[in-house]
Design a protein around this ligand. Sequence first.
Ligand SMILES: NC(=O)c1ccc[n+]([C@@H]2O[C@H](COP(=O)([O-])OP(=O)(O)OC[C@H]3O[C@@H](n4cnc5c(N)ncnc54)[C@H](OP(=O)(O)O)[C@@H]3O)[C@@H](O)[C@H]2O)c1
Length: 314
Amino acid sequence: MKAIICTKYGPPEVLQLKEVEKPAPKEDEVLIKIYATAVTASDIFIRGSQIPVKFWILMRLAIGLTKPRKSIIGLVLAGEIESVGKNIKRFKPGDQVYGLTGFGLGAYAEYKCMKETDSTYGCLATKPDNISYEEATVAAYGGLLAFQYMEKGNIRRGQEVLIYGASGTTGTTAIQFARYLGAKVTAVCSTANLELVKSLGADKVIDYTKEDTLSPGVKYDFILDAVGKRKSSKLKEVCKNALAAGGIYVTIDDGSLMLDSNRLAFIKELVETGHIKPVIDRIYPLEHIVEAHTYVGKGHKKGGVVITVGHNGK
Ligand SMILES: NC(=O)c1ccc[n+]([C@@H]2O[C@H](COP(=O)([O-])OP(=O)(O)OC[C@H]3O[C@@H](n4cnc5c(N)ncnc54)[C@H](OP(=O)(O)O)[C@@H]3O)[C@@H](O)[C@H]2O)c1
C-alpha cells in the first residue's frame, strides 16, 4: 500500500511517499480502507517535534525519543471497513467510519488497523451519512476538540460566548456548536476570515489584527481560546478579563484531547441534523503531503486541510 513515511523529526520535506506492506487485522481489530486524512495542528507538532516545553518529555516518550516511533504518522481518518477480526462486534465490512488514531498514528496511508474500543490509540465511529470522507476528517478533529472543551462551559441558551481563533478547524466547529446550544456568539479572527465566521452564525465578529479592545461593559459567560497558548494578541489578553461573574475561560491547550467514540456519535448527530457543517480550506492528494504540511505550518488555515487517499471511494 502507499503510505507517507516520516523517519525523522524535521521540516515538511522529511515526509516521503513509499510503498509499504498492507497491515492485516488481529482478532480484535478492524482493517480500514482510508479515503481521507487531514493535516492538523497536531500533525505539524509531531512531524516538526514542535511540542510545547511542558509536554516535551511526555510526548517524546509517547511518540519517539529521537525519531517518530511510528514511521507512518497521521492522526485523523475517514474510510470504509474492509475486514474485521473475529472478536469485532461494533463494525462490519462496508461500514463507513471516521475517527482519530491517537498515539497509534498511521492515518497517512491507504490502510490502517484499529481496535473498536476507545483508548489513547484511537477512537472510531460511524461516519455522518450526509458528508464526504474529506468533510468527515474535519468533523472528527474539530468536533472532538471543540465539544470536549466547550462541554466544560455548561453553556446555556442566551449566554454570551466568545470564540478566540474562530476560523481554524476547532474555531469553525465551536461557533456552530455554541449556536446549537443557543448562545450569542462573538467570534474573533483576522480580516480575511470575517465573512466566513459570520456565515457560520457568529452574531458579532472582531478582527484581532485591527482591534485591541472589546465593547465596554460586555461580559462573557464562556470564552474558548481555540488556537492555543502559543498564539496571542493584545485582544486575547483583553478577552481574558472580560468574563462575567461565574464565567469560564478555557484554552484548548489545557489537558489532552480525549478520544471518545460517544462524542463522535454525538458529532454525527449534529452534522446529520445540519447543526454542524465542516469547513474545508484546501484538499491535497496524498502525493502532495509536503505542500499540505507547508501550508498548515503557516498557521492560518480556514477550517481543515484534507488529504485524499489514492483509491478514494466516494
Ligand atoms: N489539548 C490537546 O490535546 C490538543 C490537541 C490538538 C490540538 N490542540 C490545540 O488546538 C489548537 C487548534 O487546532 P486547530 O487545528 O483547530 O487550529 P488551526 O486550524 O491550526 O488554527 C488556525 C487558526 O488560528 C488562527 N490564528 C493564528 N494566529 C492567531 C492569533 N494570534 N490570534 C487569533 N487567531 C490566530 C488563524 O486564524 P487567522 O488566519 O484569522 O489568524 C487560523 O484560522 C492547536 O494549535 C493546538 O494548540 C490541543
